[in-house]
Design a protein around this ligand. Sequence first.
Ligand code: UDP
Ligand code: MG
Length: 331
Amino acid sequence: MGNLLSVVVSVYNEEAVLRQFYREVKKVLETAKWDYELLFVNDGSTDGSLCILQELADRDAHVKIIGFSRNFGHEAAMIAGIDYSIGDGIICMDADLQHPPECILEIIDRFEKGFEVINMVRTKNESAGWFKNMASSAFYKLINVLSDVKFESNASDFFAVSRRVADVLKDSYREKVRFLRGYVQNVGFAKTTIAYEAGVRAAGESKYSIRKLFQFSVNTIVCFSNLPLKLGIYAGVMAALLGVVVMVYTLFTRGGAPSGYATIVVLNCFMFAILFVIVGIMGEYMAILFAELKDRPIYIVGETRNISCELQEGKSLKRTGGTGRTGKIEG
Ligand code: UDP
Ligand code: MG
């Protein structure tokens, strides 16, 4: 059919697994009906990843490299890959072979059937451990309660989108603090899911710490829900009701003088706790507002390989400039 598939792979210190990844993906892509480009986004790796990628790019014209000037994070890498892709269908996947390359064939099938958003849903995640798995399912329950937007639980950073959807992601959805998976699930268009089993990481180690995941969860809730902001109103109403009850009680018992010290202390602590939590929540929203206002780039491209010139010229002005809106929150 002469269709082109773009496979976007984010790479951060993956020297241990890159060659194996390339071999296995290549094997699958060679049997696919579509022509392909393999877009590696080097997210500021500090190991030999870039050297390996350059070597692959020299040998194989299908391999393209977008090199960031420093580490910008996994999401920024996927966004850059989508921005630079020229395919009719785009697949985002990890470099550690946790996302089975065989699925690519199935994805192409679905594209041909007319689906435009293909969510890969993992049925099991062996490597993540019970804590990560539990935290992840709790997180999805919470966000689905808090947000109007509905999220597929167990959705992963493995997904595929059509050119049309990629253009939507490229032109809109340029928030600094973001949840790409969430956008992908909520742009609409013909959607489908494919189940897959997340295997163990082929080599190297996970780059996501619990702390990072926690920050990520907070950001996502703040991005997709305004409900926490209303907590102040609910807390205020509750406190007022409590005040009325205490007032009525005091009037009826004629305020039996100095006893009630413990009540005062407990109430004070309780009220202040609520107050500070609310101030903290407002702080989170403000931090995100501030990040959007600063409009720093989502990513900065240092060098590229095998990327066509027009694409680069258009980008280099747009992507690193203030209007290019590319970036992630610092710190
Ligand atoms: N990654 C990235 N930038 C980062 C961290 C990770 O590009 O700052 C890439 C990493 O190379 C891998 C993918 O994102 O291809 C997923 O990372 P990882 O396997 O460490 O996460 P996990 O599968 O443990 O959630
Ligand atoms: Mg992984």
